[in-house]
Design a protein around this ligand. Structure first.
Ligand SMILES: NCC(=O)CCC(=O)O
Length: 124
């Protein structure tokens, strides 16, 4: 999900970051990290990437301890952009994707679509 960002910054990183990324099939790792981070004084938690993790966003936001921020990373941006461009449905797909995270409980959206959304917010 991070390849477009790494390409943009001409990253020389080789390998993977599996040692500190949560296993895709597990909810419990994310919940343990949340408990640890809140106990250490975090004032916000970030779910990143976020579009495939609506279940995690919902579970964390229902705890109501700290706001949940959702980071729509570069690979998600590319997927949405490619789909929106190829089907001439950018407004609809961007709106639906971002509202899905709001519906799941996101308090903050971190997204490369910010200028696009701000241009349309009054209509949505
Ligand atoms: N520290 C920068 C990032 O994490 C970027 C992630 C992305 O947008 O792929």
């Amino acid at each position: 999900m991070y390849a477009p960002f790494r390409d943009a910054v001409e990253s020389t990183f080789k390998g993977d970051r599996n040692r500190y990324q949560h296993p895709v099939g597990s909810t419990s790792h994310a919940l343990l990290a949340y408990d640890r981070d809140v106990a250490e004084g975090a004032d916000t938690v970030i779910v990143k990437p976020s579009l495939f993790y609506g279940d995690i966003v919902k579970e964390l936001s229902e705890k109501k301890l700290v706001p949940v921020a959702c980071y729509i990373v570069s690979g998600e941006y590319k997927m949405l952009s490619d789909y929106g461009n190829s089907t001439n449905s950018m407004d609809a797909v961007v709106r639906e994707a971002h509202l899905s995270l709001v519906r799941a409980g996101a308090s903050i959206l971190i997204t490369y679509f910010t200028p696009f959304i701000l241009d349309r917010l009054q209509k949505w």
